[in-house]
Every structure is written in C-alpha cells, then in structure tokens.
Ligand binder design. Structure first.
Ligand code: ARG
Ligand code: ZN
Length: 530
C-alpha cells in the first residue's frame, strides 16, 4: 500500500462523509499513466498497488535474449476500466487478467491493459504478461537498467531501470515483494535479492530461485548473471552475508567487503537494527564509476570497491531502501544520509579528527562553488582568483593548463587585472557546474549532483552539532523504526527531528535544504567567506 493510496483513500472517505461528489455510481476509468511524481510524470502508474511480482525468465546470455512470464498480484485503488504498466521490454505474446485474455496496447514505454470487465476499487487481481526477445535499453541520468556485456548481464539504474526487463509499477512509492526464477546456461550463475531458495540443475542450464520477504522498489532489484565467485560471512545475530564477484575481479578489489560484518555491527548501533534478511555485494566486471545500493545485495562497478563506497551502499539499506522515497525530489534523504554514513564510518574506524578533515574538505569544496554562484563575490574578484576558485570548486573538471589556454594567457600572473565575470564566461564550463542547487528540490537532472551528497551530509552534521549526539542518534533511530519498509518525504524526517528534540527546526532545514547559500556551521567555525 502506498502512502499516496492511503491519502486517496482518506480523501474518498472524507468526500463521502461530506456528501461531496455525485450520487450516481462511479464510472470506472483508466488508471493514470504515472503515479504522480512531478519530476517524472510517466514513472509508475496510478489506480493500483502491486503486492508481489513473480518473474520467471530464461536468459540467453550470449544473444542477450529473454523469454519470460511476469505475474503481478495487485489491488485496485479505484474502479479501473484499464490500467498501465511501465515496460520497454520485448514483444508481448499474451496478457491475462485473472486468467482471462486482456487487451494490450503499447506506446511510449507504457503498456496499457484493458481487462474484459472493469476491476472494482479494492479488488485483488492478477496480471500475467508473457514476452520474449531483447530487453529494453533504458536511458536516464545514471544507468539504463538491463545491461548486457559479453559473458555478463546485470541490472543497474536509478531512478529508472526495472521497466527494461519486466512490466512494473516502476516508482519507489509502490514497493512490493518478489520471487525471481531465472534460468541461465551453464556455467553462469545468478545473484539477486533476498534469499536463494533453491538451484535446480536442468542439464545444460540451471534455475536460480531468489525471493525477498521484505518489500522493495523496482530500481533496487539486484540481478547479476555471470561466472561468479561467492564469499560468505556472518553479521550480527547470524545475519547471512554473501558477496559475489565476477571471476576477473582481483583479490585487492575484494578486500573492502571483508569489513562488512564490522560495518553492520557499527551501523546497527547508530541507526537501529539492519532492516533485511541478508546483505552482501556483487561486483560486476565493468567500470561503472559508481555503485548502486540494490536491496540486500549492492551492485558495485569493478572501479567502485573502495571502503567508503562499501560503507555508503550499506548505509542506503537503512536510508533509501527500508526507508524509501515517496517522491524523487527528496533524494537527499538517500544520498545525504549515505554520505553522512561514510563520515560516521571514518569517525568509528579512524577517529574524529579524520572525520573532521573529511567534513572540512567537503565544506571547502561547496563553499568554493557557493562563491562562484555569488554574483556580488564575482564582481570583487579578478580572473586569477577566479581560476584558483574554479580549480578548488571542481577538482578534475578542468586543468590549470587548459584554463590558462582558454583565457589566452601563459601565466596566472597575467590574469591579475582582468575581471572574473568575463573570464568565467570564457572558461565555458559545463552549465550544470554553474547552477546552484537547492538540495531539497534539485530537479530531475540534479538528483546526483555533488551537493545532494555533500551538502546533504553536512546538513546532518550541522543537525547533530545543534541537537547533541543523544538527540541526533535518537532521531535517526526513531526515523528508521517508524518508517521501516515504508516511504517518506522530507517533512516526515523534519517532524521526527522536531518531535525528538522539542525544537522548532523549520528555519534550520529551510536554510540547508531549500536555499542555495551554504549556511555556516558555527559550532566548528565553518563558514563561507563573503
Ligand atoms: N544511489 C547511487 C549511489 O550509491 C547513485 C550513484 C550515482 N552515480 C553517478 N555516477 N551518477 O550513490
Ligand atoms: Zn548513494
């Protein structure tokens, strides 16, 4: 059940009590082709709630073809004459609703299903979709979903992706449980979500049955098909830990994952109990420059196995996965918290001064960006100061050499008398770098901007310094407990912090989340020089 569904249900009840609306019987209509997320109007679908997906799929790894049946158990949240599923996968041979052939229509990533007779509000129904061919190729700011490489297939995408390989209500507001029965030719294996229930040998192929008892958002389903090495360990209270590595991953890139039991133990103590039945990571043999916190089994690019990334994806299991997003606007609740988790791990494993160094570096970086975004500050700068600021604010974006070349000079000294604003235009930096971002509403293209991570983490550190450790960690634990396996908005987090501390924190959160200027952290003497 989504919170949106709860709100709608309350609205329906309220309007009925008030006698609002016509007395005539409701006419069943088509469910919306989006769940109502302003950032992604077509993501997810309205009018129903999925309870469980069963995906039965045979994968031809060499040819990247699938032959699949998806069975979707759902409940109508309105009278439905028709409803949509997100799906960009291959051609469909059959769609049944409650065992009867239904009419299907596909366009623009939406599969519209019209059952032979309308579904009443509150009715449970089962949709079966059979399809075969090449999976879809997603596009998105980060990862496209189903990804096929020679000898390896995996799923990697946020905010989108699930629709490339199965028909879904592909928005995190509609979590569901899953059973995956995936058949692959030998010698490939399948790593996925929850618990491996069984493996059956079919001669030339094997079927792996993975199942999760806890609800999950579609973009968080892990799937990794390759020749895999498995390493198991045990976390607190016997929590099963299983890590998978594509065969080619060297031992040096596997080492960070050995610290998972220790990490889970520590994060349990600060965030409350680890929320799922198992954990581990799977490392793909591709340089993705990133990892993704897929539920119970994070997916790491082979170039993203550093200890801080392992900690980051683990922390997402509490923040982002168990406590999920109701709408993408609130992405800082995922990335800011996971980044703060990195700093907490530094504090725990290397001490407070290393943590403070990490925090100071982030603050300096964001402060430099802040000054670049500040028209008045630019007016007072010369081009030499600007170049230094750009190099500080965007390490790696442009080299000093290229910056000087773009400005037509051989030495920085030649820039002392030139105004900064004009030089900034000549540098021709990519536009997103120059746009300030409000991390509480970063826009659909800004979900993974550095500030969402860094300033999000700083927001939590500033909150901790303001509330003190006891109230701060109590806030985090109350939040993870209250919204376990659910979804939230930023207002829900603020409410927990205010309730726990008894303080009015509106101005604090407004400055950190909804204004662009970087607030000071007076407790530790951090502020932007203006
Ligand atoms: N949720 C992912 C994370 O762990 C997102 C990674 C985005 N990476 C990127 N290069 N855009 O942070
Ligand atoms: Zn993250």
């Amino acid at each position: 059940m989504t919170r949106q569904a709860v709100r709608w249900a309350m609205l329906v009840v309220a309007s009925w009590m008030l006698g609002v609306g016509s007395t005539a019987a409701q006419v069943a209509t088509q469910g919306n082709q989006g769940i109502g997320d302003p950032y992604f109007p077509l993501m997810g679908n309205g009018g129903y709630d999925v309870e469980h997906y069963t995906i039965e799929m045979t994968v031809d790894v060499a040819k990247n073809l699938v032959d699949a049946t998806a069975t979707i158990e759902a409940r109508a949240t309105q009278d439905l004459a028709a409803f949509a599923l997100d799906f960009t996968g291959p051609s469909i041979s059959r769609v049944d609703v409650d065992g009867k052939a239904a009419k299907q229509d596909r366009s623009g990533g939406e599969l519209t299903v019209t059952p032979t007779s309308p579904l009443g509000r509150g009715a449970d129904f089962t949709v079966l979709v059979a399809y075969a061919g090449p999976p879809g190729r997603g596009e998105g700011p980060f990862g496209g979903g189903w990804t096929a490489e020679p000898d390896e297939i995996f799923v990697f995408g946020e905010p989108a992706g699930p629709e490339t390989w199965y028909p879904a209500n592909a928005h995190p507001a509609d979590k569901a449980t899953y059973t995956l029965r995936i058949t692959v030719p030998k010698p490939y294996e399948v790593a996925s979500i929850g618990t491996l229930q069984r493996t059956t040998d079919n001669g030339d192929s094997r079927t792996f049955v993975w199942e999760t008892r806890d609800p999950v958002a579609g973009y968080l389903i892990p799937l990794h098909i390759a020749e895999l090495d498995e390493a198991t360990a045990e976390g607190p209270a016997g929590l099963p830990i299983r890590n998978y590595f594509a065969r080619a991953i060297p031992a040096t890139d596997r080492a960070s994952f050995d610290r998972l039991p220790e990490m889970i133990d520590y994060f349990d103590s600060v965030f409350g109990p680890y929320p799922f039945e198992a954990y581990g990571a799977t490392v793909v043999d591709q340089a993705l420059g990133a990892a993704l916190e897929t539920q119970t089994l994070s997916t790491h690019g082979r170039d993203a196995t550093a200890e801080f990334i392992v900690a980051h994806e683990l922390v997402h299991q509490w923040f982002g996965n168990s406590v999920g997003l109701e709408r993408w606007q609130d992405i800082w609740l995922n990335e800011g918290f996971a980044t703060y988790g990195e700093w907490l791990w530094t504090e725990h494993s290397r001490g407070v001064s290393d943590r403070d160094e990490q925090i100071r570096r982030w603050y300096a970086l964001l402060a430099a960006r802040d000054r670049l975004h500040d028209r008045a500050a630019l007016e007072e700068m010369n081009a030499r100061e600007l170049v230094d600021l750009v190099l500080d604010a965007f390490p790696g974006l442009i080299s000093e050499e290229d910056a000087l070349k773009a400005l037509g000079v051989r030495a920085k000294a030649e820039l002392e008398d030139r105004p900064a604003a004009e030089a900034l235009e000549q540098l021709d930096l990519p536009p997103p770098a120059l746009q300030p971002v409000t991390i509480g509403d970063p826009g659909p293209d800004g979900l993974f901007r550095g500030a969402v991570y860094g300033r999000g983490g700083l927001t939590l550190h500033a909150l901790r310094l303001r509330l003190g450790d006891d109230l701060f960690f109590q806030t985090l634990r109350t939040y993870t407990e209250r919204y376990r396996h659910s979804t939230v908005t930023t207002e829900d987090f603020i409410a927990v912090a205010e309730q726990t501390s008894g303080q009015d924190l509106d101005a604090f959160f407004d400055a950190w989340l909804y204004q662009t200027a970087l607030p000071p952290i007076p407790e530790v003497g951090l502020e932007v020089e203006r």
